[in-house]
Write a new protein. Structure first.
Length: 204
């Protein structure tokens, strides 16, 4: 089976990292891309390309709060001709705020009262994908919060089962056609194994 990409979308505190960390722990063929760890979107893009070059699956653990941010990952998936799915975590502002307020620490400072303030700023600009407009995802799963505080292997299996039940938004033939414009772009590999392909520039 070919590799694939999975993009998480959700507010701070919605549970993205909880899911992505458990996924890479229990499924060794997945790699996690997270801006909190990698410090910049550019680094996330580079690691995504490196993992895809190695035929590995990639889960993108970022807020991805609007269409322009998600387009980065869709463009990469189209270039590599791999399916790309999206999971929208539907935890609302109150639920996320309660989680953030209870955090003791977070690498980007999204914890406590300051974290709740940061959350409010995110909410104003948050525009998750909808089924009314096809951004380029193969499937979109809207995932409600789990009552459990710990993500288990069973929860990961359940999420993937739910994702597979979602309607296919792009057929395989259309998926291939979307890649035609990317085929002329040559991928070059440097001595460190990094690929270089054009990626739409956006604000870091």
């Amino acid at each position: 089976m070919s590799n694939r990409m999975l993009v998480l979308v959700g507010l701070p505190g919605s549970g993205k990292s909880t899911i992505s960390n458990k996924l890479i722990q229990c499924k060794k063929d997945w790699q996690r891309v997270n801006q909190d760890d990698m410090k910049s979107r550019k680094a996330c893009e580079m690691y995504t390309k490196k993992f895809l070059d190695k035929q590995q699956n990639v889960i993108v653990d970022r807020c991805n709060f609007d269409r322009s941010q998600r387009k980065t990952w869709i463009d990469l998936a189209q270039h590599y001709k791999v399916p790309i799915d999206c999971i929208v975590l539907t935890a609302n502002q109150q639920e996320c705020g309660d989680r953030i307020f209870g955090r003791e620490q977070h690498p980007t400072g999204v914890h406590g009262k300051n974290g709740v303030y940061i959350l409010r700023r995110f909410v104003r600009d948050y525009h998750p994908p909808t089924l009314d407009f096809n951004e380029g995802f193969s499937r979109i799963l809207y995932l409600d919060p789990s009552p459990d505080t710990v993500c288990t292997v069973e929860r990961i299996d359940e999420i993937f089962a739910l994702l597979e039940q979602c309607p296919l938004l792009i057929s395989e033939s259309n998926h291939d056609n979307n890649h035609i414009q990317h085929e002329k772009s040559k991928v070059t590999i440097d001595s460190n194994g990094w690929s270089t392909i054009p990626v739409t520039k956006k604000n870091e």
